[in-house]
Design a binder for this molecule. Structure first.
Ligand code: FAD
Ligand code: SF4
Length: 233
């Protein structure tokens, strides 16, 4: 059986001004496997974090739900906090009660009902999580740019100038994309070819860039840092 701890944040009045956080907490106490529920004015503050840490240890919590701001804001904070406890940092689910709830609703009843649903979903999900462990793996320090228009050429040049090998896969027979077909470009009315052709030549001559024109990506497998790409030439 899991031992889930739920920590709900007021964020001052940011959440509590619209969501009845105590009602959400009351509901959370009735959920399966939830052994502890706490509300806090500012969970990310030092005393707030200390309280979460102490509760995890004292109550033997093994999974954590934080109902607070967006995970984009504080998920790293909670993971770091968990790393200092016996709980695996990935046994965590964040219910976004601020950006996706209190900040976008005016009606307290509606916002509270939504917060209750968000916390229920987070508790259901956290119960199914498996612990994860970070590993280090070697990375292919090469880049693939799909499309050799002005954006693709500049991207390739930036990466190549940083010292990495780049392959541009271009579907047409030549680089340049839309821009090379234009006469002048708004708003400066610069000559498009005068901007585009030096880049085409720089790309063509760059020792770190390989261009495969009249080609398309057929298949991509693998994962970030270790993709395997098949190119149809
Ligand atoms: C008529 C017209 C007038 C414009 N006027 C202006 C202007 O005055 N000022 C301004 O700032 N902008 C203007 N633009 C917009 C500007 O030209 C584009 O925003 C710009 O060229 C886009 O560059 P890009 O590299 O992102 O894309 P693109 O130029 O479209 O390049 C994409 C490249 O990717 C290749 N490609 C696509 N799919 C694949 C695939 N699956 N595999 C391999 N290769 C692929 C294409 O062949 C192409 O070479 C205009 C655009 C048009 C059409
Ligand atoms: S944890 Fe997020 S929601 Fe809570 S006080 Fe801090 S910023 Fe506000």
């Amino acid at each position: 059986m899991s031992r889930i701890g739920v920590f709900l944040c007021y964020c001052g009045s940011n959440i509590a001004g619209t969501v009845d956080v105590e009602a959400v907490a009351e509901m959370a106490r009735s959920l399966p496997d939830v052994v502890y529920v706490e509300t806090n004015k500012y969970t990310c503050s030092d005393p707030g974090q200390e309280g979460v840490k102490n509760a995890i240890i004292e109550k033997g919590i093994d999974r954590v739900v934080v109902g607070a701001c967006s995970p984009r804001m504080h998920e790293p904070t909670w993971r770091k906090l968990l790393a200092d406890t016996p709980v695996n940092p990935y046994m965590l689910e964040v219910a976004n009660l601020r950006e996706q709830c209190s900040w976008v609703h005016k009606d307290r009843e509606v916002a509270t009902a939504k917060a209750i649903d968000l916390v229920k979903m987070a508790v259901a999900k956290v119960a199914r999580l498996q612990p994860l462990h970070s590993i280090e793996i070697p990375v292919h320090k090469k880049a693939l740019v799909i499309g050799g228009g002005i954006a693709g050429m500049q991207t390739a040049l930036d990466i190549a100038d940083a010292g990495f090998q780049v392959t541009i896969v271009e579907r047409e027979t030549s680089l340049g994309g839309k821009m090379v077909m234009l006469d002048k470009t708004f708003p400066t009315m610069d000559c498009s070819a005068c901007i585009c052709t030096p880049k085409m030549s720089e790309v063509g001559n760059h020792p770190n860039i390989t261009v495969t024109s009249y080609s398309e990506v057929e298949n991509v497998s693998g994962y970030i840092g270790n993709f395997e790409v098949t190119i149809r030439e």
